[in-house]
Write a protein that binds this ligand. Structure first.
Ligand SMILES: NC(=O)c1ccc[n+]([C@@H]2O[C@H](COP(=O)([O-])OP(=O)(O)OC[C@H]3O[C@@H](n4cnc5c(N)ncnc54)[C@H](OP(=O)(O)O)[C@@H]3O)[C@@H](O)[C@H]2O)c1
Length: 224
């Protein structure tokens, strides 16, 4: 069991991942810029887990306290928060795996567009701001709506990438423990741009077809 902290965990993506990680027995804390908000959300998630008959450990604190407490951090806040939230957390997150779910995108004239990030991607920007951490881009293509519904089986692949093979392997092992999900290691963090781009495509497909799309890679050998 690992101590997993969700920074900006009060939104849909953070809540969905918190539920899924807590459901497989991980110790999870929800982080927020306001402790009270984190506590309120954690209380609701605990209730959801109780109703689903899942015995889970789920706490809450302000983001900095979560960064200090956790062994693995998950970034689940919007791209615009990256430059302010992360620099003060460099020391508490040093030496830790940081799972980055952030998609830098905006809606213009009814279409989702990827933002131009000078480092190449949100993942690379995060790694630049947290040079002492091991950033793994992952869960960028996972719909919060699907994650939040504990009765719904998840399906598809979790594409992940990062420059630290051991960190990639740790995240892949975590993904494998979530029923039905398959991790696919997509290489170095430079590929994070492609993951973020796929999310933009999925969001536009969801909008066009009023659907909830996800990703599955065909043609891979049984093991990678
Ligand atoms: N939603 C999805 O289906 C989905 C799927 C895949 C990936 N993602 C990624 O996951 C991230 C979170 O998505 P979401 O839909 O959960 O977003 P969200 O609801 O807009 O934001 C999540 C939380 O981030 C905190 N936050 C908001 N603006 C911030 C800022 N400027 N600086 C620091 N913290 C801020 C807020 O928490 P407090 O006010 O409590 O601090 C908020 O509740 C995004 O980067 C998104 O691209 C989302």
């Amino acid at each position: 069991m690992a101590r997993i902290g969700l920074l900006g965990g009060t939104g849909p993506e953070g809540k969905g991942l918190a539920l899924r990680f807590a459901a497989i027995g991980e110790e999870v804390w929800i982080g927020s810029r306001q402790k009270e908000r984190a506590e309120e959300v954690a209380g609701k998630l605990r209730e959801k887990l109780r109703i689903a008959n899942i015995d889970a450990s789920l706490g809450a604190a302000e983001n900095r306290e979560v960064a200090e407490w956790c062994e693995v951090a998950v970034l689940t806040f919007p791209f615009e928060g990256v430059d302010t939230l992360l620099p003060p957390l460099r020391a508490p997150l040093a030496g830790k795996i940081v799972m980055d779910t952030i998609n830098p995108m905006e809606m213009r004239e009814g279409v989702f567009h990827l933002l131009d990030v000078s480092q190449g991607s949100a993942g690379q920007r995060v790694q630049e701001l947290l040079p002492d951490s091991q950033v793994v881009a992952c869960f960028k293509n996972s719909s919060a709506k699907e994650l939040m519904d504990l009765r719904a089986a998840l399906h598809g692949d979790i594409l992940l990438c990062g420059d630290f093979p051991e960190a990639n392997a740790w995240v892949a092992a975590l993904v494998r423990r979530i029923p039905e999900l398959r991790p696919v290691d997509a290489g170095g963090l430079a590929n994070s741009h492609h993951l973020e781009s796929i999310t933009t495509l999925l969001m536009n497909l969801n909008r066009k077809y009023k659907a909830l799309t996800s990703v599955q890679i065909l043609g891979l050998p049984g093991h990678w």
